[in-house]
Write a protein that binds this ligand. Structure first.
Ligand code: RAT
Ligand code: ZN
Length: 423
């Protein structure tokens, strides 16, 4: 039955967006078999690196003896609980928590049934202390209405690797992504590690080395069954220069990605450690070159590329590139773009240029609880944008049914990705 009034249409869009389960294609959370690698609870939520960067914004303004009082090393040397106390004091109590990352903490607490008016952090801590990781995963997935997530899985991570090697069976809601920053962004170190693991590799990417890297990739694909292979890349990324990375991409990643039917996800535009003292909070952003993406798509038409770019300035051209190449699927509002203003802008632009053929968002959650706020905030924004788009359609005289809206929203929230995988 057609939705005949605009009010009914808008209300239906709102409800459908809020009840459709999400398949979250990029996170940094883990299932319970990974033990301590799965971060959860209020102290982890508060010490999220997005908030670490913010606490240092306030300190020089408040403290006469800034460098004595709070330098980066001292901050990171403090126990996590103390770091959380400090962030709570500075970002939530001494100033109102209006930033997106700070607001997210409050949304999270509210969604877990706590009262965000409480300013006593220990009350929140008590809530988490009474939970187990498994219980909490179930609660978060249920409240956030998430059907599945993709992790970020790095074979070069010494804590993570043994879990994969042990062959334990994981939670079916958690899927793998083979993350290759270690291989592609630092071949000098990677090749010595590969060698120590018994691969017959040399610094120079000769024929044997290439074959051995491919063996490594295939073995990890067998072990993890990742839904895609991924790398984060600098704004200066050029897949056609003379670098080891470019050679590895052409000789190893693209053939394996093609043969094993695992798209290659490129996350382009991060300037690592612009401020090294801030560690994981110290990365910045730069505008990248779309021509590199276009040429990769053109010259490798049998390859599939998932692409997200970190700079706002790259978003329009990424949409245009996707109009030219159907082996390119743009995804998410990544990291510094995961803010209401940019989510709104990017989602409108993508719908206008690509219809429904993109992945509007991923959470990038590093802490389990962040699935709650990241998806609550994104759903809200996506619903507002979709209401406008369906209203525009309505004004042409076109009518839609609730079933059609459900079809469209589930395509955005997981269907487009699964279709791209060929599932
Ligand atoms: O958003 C983040 O938390 C970043 O620090 C990165 O993890 C980024 O998302 C990445 O996957 O490289
Ligand atoms: Zn990430």
């Amino acid at each position: 039955m057609f939705l005949e009034t605009e009010d009914k249409l808008r209300q239906t869009v709102w409800e459908v967006v809020h009840r459709t389960p999400i398949f979250d294609i990029h996170t940094h959370i883990y299932d319970a078999r990974f033990g301590d690698l799965l971060l959860w609870g209020i102290d982890e939520v508060l010490t999220y690196h997005y908030l670490v960067a913010e606490v240092f914004r306030y300190d020089p303004m408040d403290q006469q003896h800034f460098y004595e009082h709070l330098d980066y090393q001292k901050f990171y040397a403090m126990p996590k609980r103390k770091q959380a106390d400090l962030i709570w004091a500075k970002v939530f109590l001494e100033h109102s928590p209006v930033s997106e990352a700070a607001r997210g903490v409050l949304t999270t607490l509210g969604l877990l049934g706590m009262d965000p008016r409480d300013r006593n952090l220990n009350l929140y801590r008590e809530y988490f202390e009474a939970k187990t990781a498994e219980e909490h995963i179930n609660t978060v997935f249920h409240v956030a209405n998430i059907e599945g997530v993709i992790m970020t899985n790095d074979p070069f991570d010494d804590k993570e690797r043994p879990v994969w090697e042990s062959g334990q069976v994981g939670d079916k809601r958690f899927h793998a992504a083979l993350r290759l920053d270690g291989l592609l962004n630092n071949w000098g170190e990677a090749h010595t590690i590969l060698k120590s693991w018994g691969y017959n590799v040399k610094d120079k990417l000769d024929k044997t080395t290439v074959a051995e890297v491919n063996r490594f990739l295939n073995e990890w694909i067998d072990r993890m069954d990742p839904l895609y292979m991924a790398v984060s890349l600098p704004p200066t990324f050029d897949a056609f220069d003379k670098s080891d990375r470019a050679k590895l991409i052409h000789k190893c990643i693209l053939p394996v990605s093609r043969d094993r039917h695992r798209p290659f996800a490129m996350m382009i535009g991060v300037k690592k450690l612009t401020n090294p003292g801030l560690a994981v909070a110290g990365d910045s952003v730069g505008k990248a070159t779309i021509e590199v993406v276009e040429r990769l798509c053109l010259e490798n038409q049998k390859n599939k590329f998932l692409v997200t770019m970190l700079s706002r300035e790259n978003q329009h051209e990424l949409c245009i590139a996707a109009r030219k190449f159907n082996n390119l699927l743009p995804f998410g509002c990544w990291w510094y773009l995961n803010d209401p203003m940019t989510i709104d802008e990017m989602t409108r632009m993508r719908l206008e240029l690509l219809g429904l053929s993109f992945i509007p968002q991923h959470s990038d959650a590093r802490v389990l609880d962040q699935l709650l706020y990241k998806w609550a905030h994104s759903r809200w924004l996506i619903a507002l944008v979709l209401q406008d788009k369906y209203s525009d359609l309505h004004r042409t005289g076109w009518r839609v049914t609730e079933t059609e809206i459900e079809r469209d929203v589930s395509y955005l929230f997981g269907g487009a990705f699964k279709h791209f995988l060929g599932a």
